[in-house]
Design a protein around this ligand. Sequence first.
Ligand code: SAM
Length: 208
Amino acid sequence: MEEDEATPKRLPPWVELEYSQMLTLAGPTSTVLFTHLSEGSGDALRATLSASLEQKGVATLEVHTAPILSTLQDKGVPLESVCLLDPKAEKELSPEDAQTFGYFLFGGILGDDPPRDRTSELRALGFPSRHLGSVQMTTDTALGVTKKVVHDKVPLDQIPYVDFPTIRFNAKESVEMPFRYIADNGQPILPPGMRELLHEDLNKSFEF
Ligand code: SAM
């Protein structure tokens, strides 16, 4: 859903890290489909994720230039079997939803603070939807939480979270992230390399 250039040489680094983490969190029995990418972005995504794909235990990758609706149509997947993860959905995602849905759909977008409700573009297409609580998560976190609920059967309220964590780089530098993350020992689970990227970006913002 981000603006897409026809022939980008590489994707924005945060996209690479989050999308790679999505393959890891989805795990080996799943397929992660990216839809509506330009040829250039699709190639860049495949090239970027090729190292992740060589690791054991990651999901299968599918890259489609077609938008979501025609991709599903080509595969013969009915709209009713696709669950849009939408912070504004009426119902919460539950372990029983595994029986209803075979596909879970996420907006591949960078969150905003305050949230701009860009998931509404997918909502308008008419998918059934579920929320994961009222706090916005990063897309990879939303996928990880969905997997825990529908595959591992852990109810939403039994997953440990950390909201709006402050990532400290040293005594003087830190950044607050406006998202909910899954917690591990009280620390947010970030994609490998994201901490370093955030630190680099922080330093860049002070360069004139
Ligand atoms: N601020 C947002 C918006 O514009 O809708 C949320 C963007 S979030 C970074 C990217 C995607 O993760 C969303 O499109 C949605 O599919 C999923 N997501 C994030 N938090 C969620 C929540 N609390 N409940 C359901 N889905 C969520």
